[in-house]
Design a protein around this ligand. Structure first.
Ligand code: AMP
Ligand code: GLY
Length: 423
């Protein structure tokens, strides 16, 4: 069959890399893609939110499976767009419909869902500018640090964690009254702070059946020792060593099952990945957030550990018999280290030539913000490339990634040298 992957990051290169290994994949397309996907698929110059252009590409290229990488098109209703169209409605779209995508699109919708289905999460209340004073009063009832979350999508920047009550009140006002995050902060969720260690759990569902994929932990801060600004993710490890069998059983019983049941009870049509951001408080899991897609760079460590043919899995999801898939996971640990442009996540330069890729061995370079220009691979974004390796232990895998990174170069290249430091 012909397959289209939507997106242009390391996540989408990993999807394309995995799909290209299937005998069932005839022609593979990525829109818009990057220099990595260009090597194994045909890149289409189409934006992920231009549904009409995507429709044309799907019809022209006889595509029957579409894998949606980022959240934006899902929240904008790409799956619903396909279902409404006579000629697209039989295309197997991997990604939830718009109503279900609100679990990521609105923090308040996610919190209401969690509460409705008795899934462990931090206590919360939400506020608009009309009840700002009540927001101040609520903050006074909480202990620091204070967690303020813009309700809508804010490119990963909409969460503030503040030590000081007055500062928390000021920021609440900035978000609600002065539109600190634009329309995304017209509503703000204030949450109880949970003190623990974070990890992510990934679930595949066809709406009826589910399969739990390997756990992963990503490193979001730019600086070593988890300091400095938040980024999209600077590295990841799978599996998470501190998530033992007993803890994972709690995650499945208290969180995964009620989430999948909740989607069905609430009639939220869901065929795709559920990315559950968790925090382990003592020995117990709590949900921090839902995402309605795979993580990036978590995909770069989770997908390479799946031994099954990914086309088979997606086909089973399309036919609602995911229960028949016998998921096989590599026991090895996978790690990935993200190479970023100097200055990221603030301003940085683009167009730097990347050298040394041909010398890499025993690691997989998944391209992200990188493109081909005049036959050279050059940087085109903040997060440039994720270097994934396997090992019997995470230290062994990390060593391979770091050794290979020594061979790579671009002007002002930066990466964290301490991924896994806290494990
Ligand atoms: P979110 O976008 O909801 O995942 O929040 C971003 C980050 O803020 C998370 O990855 C956590 O590190 C932190 N965070 C969010 N909510 C809480 C909470 N209730 N308690 C402690 N940390 C939190
Ligand atoms: N790495 C975090 C995310 O994809 O949201």
């Amino acid at each position: 069959m012909n397959i289209l992957v939507l997106g242009s990051g390391g996540r989408e290169h990993t999807f394309a890399w995995k799909l290209a290994q299937s005998d069932k994949c005839k022609n593979l397309y990525v829109a818009p893609g990057n220099s990595g996907t260009a090597e194994i698929a045909k890149n289409l110059d189409v934006s992920v939110n231009d549904f009409e252009a995507i429709k044309k590409a799907v019809l022209n290229n006889d595509i029957s499976l579409v894998v949606v990488g980022p959240e934006d098109p899902l929240v904008n209703g790409i799956h619903d767009f396909f279902l409404r169209d006579e000629r697209l409605k039989n295309v197997n779209v991997i990604g939830p419909q718009k109503a279900a995508a609100q679990l990521e699109g609105s923090k308040e919708v996610a919190k209401e869902f969690l509460y409705r289905h008795n899934i462990p999460t931090a206590a919360y209340q939400s506020f608009t500018k009309d009840n700002l004073e009540e927001g101040f009063t609520f903050l006074e009832t909480l202990k620091p640090p204070y967690v303020l979350k813009a309700d809508g999508l804010a490119a990963g920047k909409g969460v503030l964690i503040l030590e000081d009550l007055d500062q928390a009140k000021d920021e609440l006002r900035n978000m609600l009254v002065d539109s600190k995050f634009g329309a995304a902060s017209e509503k703000v969720v204030i949450e109880e702070f949970l003190d623990g260690i974070e990890l992510s759990c990934f679930v595949l569902t066809d709406g009826k059946n589910y399969k739990v994929l390997p756990t992963a932990k990503d490193y979001k801060r730019i600086g070593e020792g988890d300091t400095g600004l938040n980024t999209g993710g600077m590295g990841a490890i799978s599996p998470v060593p501190f998530a033992n069998e007993e803890f994972l059983q709690k995650v499945e019983n208290r969180i995964v099952k009620p989430t999948i049941d909740g989607l069905r009870k609430d009639i939220l049509p869901y065929k795709g990945f559920v990315f559950i951001g968790l925090i382990k408080v003592g020995e117990d899991p709590f949900v921090i957030e839902y995402n309605v897609r795979m993580g990036d760079p978590e995909t770069e460590v989770v997908l390479p550990r799946i031994q099954n043919d990914l086309v088979d899995i997606f086909q089973a999801m399309g036919e609602k018999n995911l229960n028949e898939v016998d998921l096989q996971i590599k026991s090895d640990t996978a790690t990935t280290i993200m190479l970023v442009s100097g200055g990221y996540p603030e301003s940085y330069e683009k167009g730097k030539v990347i050298t040394g890729l041909e010398d890499i061995n025993d690691s997989i370079p998944f391209h992200a913000g990188a493109k081909i220009e005049n036959d050279k691979i050059v940087t085109s974004g903040g997060r440039v490339m994720a270097i994934t390796s396997f090992g019997e232990t995470y230290q062994e895998a990390l060593n391979k990634s770091y050794q290979n990174i020594e061979k790579l170069h671009f002007d002002k290249m930066y990466y964290r040298k301490d991924i896994g430091f806290d494990l």
